[in-house]
Ligand binder design. Structure first.
Ligand code: SF4
Length: 331
């Protein structure tokens, strides 16, 4: 595979076959950022209305940075995964304040912004700023795995980095914006997850999986260990001057960090009056905590590893990440 057999036919095909999508009409980094995040939520066809309404309401980062979180969540309603919308707003405020309302121009600076990961930073850098940076998403992984009959797990950092280097060398000397969009488009409309349209593919002459009809064997699906879900009740009990805390770290997660009193769901609750406040999810690499947070009115008994700390010392302690979030929200 080289530029003559891969890049050249890919880009020619793109110029002749690309869909007429509204967000492709602009090279504005802001619009590309919003469209890429929305496209990660849903199919392109379903996101178009959201995208157009969003751009009409907030045509620039400056305007978006002034928005209220509730307005942004409303505009996102139906797309799901609301932390993405919150991150967009957070990032818009940072860009407004620190970058004069213009998205930063380097891949590394982009990666430092909330909600902008490796893929989105690569897409913005290559499509908007025409930099030689590959953007690797599921579509790209599927095309490249099938082309090369490659068994590697491209979600692993090392393999992804190697694929990035390959793509960036194939992109070199060509328009990075066309290259990135061509590969995405090929994955979306030709090299589809099921029933790939190989007879219409500009890369069929070099595709190894097409040769032996093994397209559907790629990308190789890795069996990942199941993520364990544990559900706990977490309690906030405070007096006028102190907060009840727990030193229990017997689960070996985040040893030595302070926690709020926490009991596995099903364990008898040693309080008399308590009110449910909200439920949150906290993700670790291998497990998920579901935490039901309760506000306690009356203390009836406590466990031996629970004790009080003065309220004005809360900030002096190191807390588990999940409980720090609860404290930040409620105290
Ligand atoms: S020939 Fe088929 S499997 Fe190979 S890249 Fe093209 S569409 Fe995908």
């Amino acid at each position: 595979m080289n530029k003559k057999t891969f890049t050249q036919p890919l880009i020619e095909w793109y110029h002749n076959n690309k869909r007429d999508l509204v967000f492709r009409k602009h090279q504005d980094p802001y619009r590309i950022w919003i469209s890429e995040i929305m496209a990660q939520q849903t199919q392109i066809i379903s996101m178009l209305d959201y995208y157009e309404r969003w751009i009409e309401k907030w045509p620039s980062i400056k305007e978006l940075a002034q928005a209220e979180e509730q307005e942004v969540l409303k505009a996102w309603e139906g797309l799901g995964y609301y932390s993405r919308a919150r991150n967009i707003l957070k990032t818009a405020k940072i860009i407004d304040k620190e970058y004069n309302a213009q998205l930063p121009t380097t891949y590394l600076e982009l990666c430092e912004l909330p909600g902008i990961g490796d893929y989105t930073a690569g897409a913005i850098a290559s499509i908007a700023y025409k930099q030689n940076v590959a953007a690797i998403d599921g579509n790209v992984i599927r095309v490249m795995s099938r082309l090369m009959k490659d068994h590697r797990d491209f979600l692993k950092i090392k393999n992804k980095r190697e694929l990035k280097i390959t793509l960036e060398s194939l992109m070199n000397d060509y328009n990075p914006s066309d290259f990135t969009q061509a590969l995405m488009e090929l994955g979306a409309i030709v090299c589809k997850p099921v029933n790939p349209l190989c007879s219409e593919c500009p890369l069929q002459a070099i595709c190894l999986s097409k040769k032996d009809n093994s397209q559907m064997d790629y990308p190789v699906k890795k069996i990942r260990p199941q993520n364990q879900i544990d559900e706990y009740n977490v309690f906030i009990y405070k007096t006028r001057s102190s907060l009840l805390v727990s030193s229990d770290d017997s689960d070996n997660l985040m040893k030595g960090l302070l926690r709020l009193p926490m009991l596995e769901v099903g364990t008898e609750i040693p309080f008399r009056d308590f009110n449910f406040v909200y439920t949150m999810k906290h993700l670790f690499s291998h497990k998920t905590w579901i935490l039901n947070v309760y506000d306690v009115d009356t203390l009836t008994s406590i466990f031996s590893n629970w004790y009080f700390i003065p309220l004005d010392e809360i900030k002096n302690h190191s807390w588990t990440g999940a409980h720090k979030k609860i404290l930040k929200k409620l105290l």
